[in-house]
Design a protein around this ligand. Structure first.
Ligand code: 6GU
Length: 234
């Protein structure tokens, strides 16, 4: 899978070189290209923002550098494949596990990180004519820019790619994985030692009775979901 990220803070994306995503890059499963938006400006000051038409607080990202960057990146593909253009924004559709699965099935994702009050809306409208554009939000709060959201979305999608996780069965059990214990949060987990600072591992987990263990885990998942996310139990 190819992933391009356009940002005015390329260093913000560096953590993708670590851990699981970093290994997927090293293995060639993911090809990550990070682009500095300012490299696509033509003025001496490398200006990427301007005041909003109609007034109001803050600044809006100018369309021209985005057009230059996206045209170059879209044109860089020899077979002219159609990527998905992902625009992180608090006014987008919610990013969920099922969106992560859609992304994991794509060959090519381009993330356009806005800062300030966002990108001139004509950019998204322009590229809708030639490719799939997805405006997405990672939650009901406001970030200063799309970069942190890109770290979230790339990690969520990357761990679903074949061969990225050590144990492919673990994604099936994920909280929110379609079909995994419906949509229950995962309950508590334990490892050795059997006693730690006065707390015992629940005896049933040491019993070897797989039927009883599965039933206990399901009950724990329901309890946790009721406590943390009653909305999921509907
Ligand atoms: Cl995707 N971007 C920004 N800037 N803020 C957000 C967000 C995204 N999701 C929630 N808040």
């Amino acid at each position: 899978m190819r992933i391009d990220v356009i940002t005015i803070f390329p260093d913000y994306i560096a953590p993708l070189g670590l851990s699981l995503v970093g290994k997927a890059i090293d293995a060639g499963t993911i090809e990550l290209r990070v682009h500095d938006l300012r490299a696509f400006t033509r003025d001496r000051h490398h200006t990427v923002d301007d005041t909003p038409y109609g007034g109001g607080p803050g600044m809006v990202m100018k369309p021209e550098p985005w057009g230059e960057a996206l045209d170059q990146i879209l044109g860089s593909d020899p077979i002219q494949a159609r990527p998905r253009l992902v625009v992180p924004t608090p006014s987008g559709r919610p990013f969920t596990q099922s969106v992560a699965q859609e992304y994991a099935a794509d060959d090519w994702l381009i993330f356009a990180c806005g800062r300030y009050e966002g990108i001139d809306s004509r950019v998204v409208e322009h590229y809708r004519n030639s490719t799939t554009v997805d405006e997405v939000s990672v939650g009901d709060y406001v970030l200063a820019g799309g970069e942190a959201a890109v770290l979230v979305m790339v990690e969520a999608a990357a761990r679903l790619l074949p061969g990225v996780l050590g144990n492919p069965v673990s994604v099936v059990d994920d909280s929110f994985a379609p079909g995994a214990m419906e949509s229950l949060l995962e309950g508590p987990v334990y490892t050795k030692p059997p006693e730690w600072r006065g707390q015992q591992v629940p005896e049933i987990l040491l019993s070897g009775d797989h039927g009883k263990i599965a039933a206990w885990r399901r009950e724990q998942a329901v309890r946790r979901t009721a406590a943390m996310r009653p909305d999921l139990l509907e």
